[in-house]
Design a protein around this ligand. Structure first.
Ligand code: AMP
Ligand code: FE
Ligand code: FE
Ligand code: ZN
Length: 285
């Protein structure tokens, strides 16, 4: 069994449509793919409708969160959530808040860029999100197509990184609240790419212990942004805390270079994850 538990589509910041994503997954020889768009379940129905025979889809999401250390600024953390009830009221309300936060923050970024003469327009950036959630990658693609930069990576490296004068942070969910919401909705919370220092500051073991106390059930160990040492570190931590271990590509289509199935999850870990999720069911033959 080949299992990839972290992918994005055009309803957040991937470039494959949900139907395209499941076709890509099947063509790559995957048996199981999880759909984990940022802060939205908008792709679930279209992916289900397009599911090729033989492919199992795990409904999921990647929730934008923050950890608040005692004496430092908050750290951005991403929380994967699987098999939760999409209609759970408090969790659904939090997703609405996050999407609105993304809209106001995206507009501030674009307004600041436009004020300095970059040829980007907010309407165009919103249109690129196709009714899903707006993120910096949509701004990046607009900058590429305007000829300002030659790639999405270049847009992030020059104008959209978190130390850029154009950066605007968003009020993401306190990760401990996020974990409790996912569990309340019957879902399985897994800490995404938790050691990937290439993405910015990472949290310490104290945070992972507190997250575990709040109900965290797994750590994403095998991820393209983790070095072998970082994977070994997380593997040991997961073993010590009794957490599940997952592996995933974090595929974003052509917005990133990583192919689907670049990292995969062990079937035993997948079975344990399925057993822990009670809010929604996998889509399967
Ligand atoms: P946002 O959620 O709007 O803050 O945007 C963050 C998203 O941008 C991440 O989920 C990645 O998909 C993407 N991203 C971050 N850094 C880069 C990069 N250097 N190149 C391409 N995409 C990136
Ligand atoms: Fe992303
Ligand atoms: Fe992420
Ligand atoms: Zn992701």
């Amino acid at each position: 069994m080949r299992i990839d538990l972290h992918t994005h589509t055009s309803v957040s910041d991937g470039t494959d449509t949900p139907a395209g994503l499941v076709a890509t997954a099947a063509a790559a020889g995957l048996d199981v793919v999880a759909l984990t768009d940022h802060d939205t379940t908008a792709g679930w129905a279209a992916a289900a409708a397009a599911r090729p025979a033989g492919l199992t889809i795990v409904p999921g999401m990647e929730l934008s969160c923050r950890w608040f250390p005692a004496d430092e600024p908050p750290v951005s953390v991403h929380l994967l959530a699987y098999l939760f009830d999409p209609l759970h009221p408090a969790f659904a309300a939090e997703r609405v808040r996050l999407r609105e936060e993304r809209l106001s923050r995206g507009e501030r970024i674009v307004t600041a860029l436009a004020a300095d003469g970059y040829p980007v327009a907010w309407d165009d950036v919103v249109a690129r999100s196709e009714g899903g959630v707006v993120g910096r990658p949509h701004v990046a693609r607009a900058l590429v197509e305007a000829g300002v930069v030659d790639s999405v990576d270049h847009a992030f490296a020059t104008l959209l990184h978190h130390r850029s004068p154009y950066h605007v942070s968003k009020a993401d969910t306190d990760v401990l609240d996020g974990i409790r919401l996912v569990r309340a909705a019957g879902g399985v919370p897994v800490f995404a790419h938790g050691r990937a220092t290439s993405r910015g500051r990472v949290v310490g073991d104290d945070a992972i212990a507190a997250m575990t106390d709040a109900g965290l059930l797994g750590l994403e160990v095998d991820h393209p942004d983790h070095t072998p040492d970082q994977r070994a570190y997380l593997r040991a931590l997961a073993t010590g805390l009794g957490l599940l271990q997952t592996g995933s590509s974090d595929y974003h289509g052509t917005n990133k270079r990583t192919p689907i199935a670049a990292c995969t999850t062990d079937p035993d870990q997948y079975e344990a994850l399925l057993a822990a999720g009670t809010g929604s069911a996998v889509l399967t033959d």
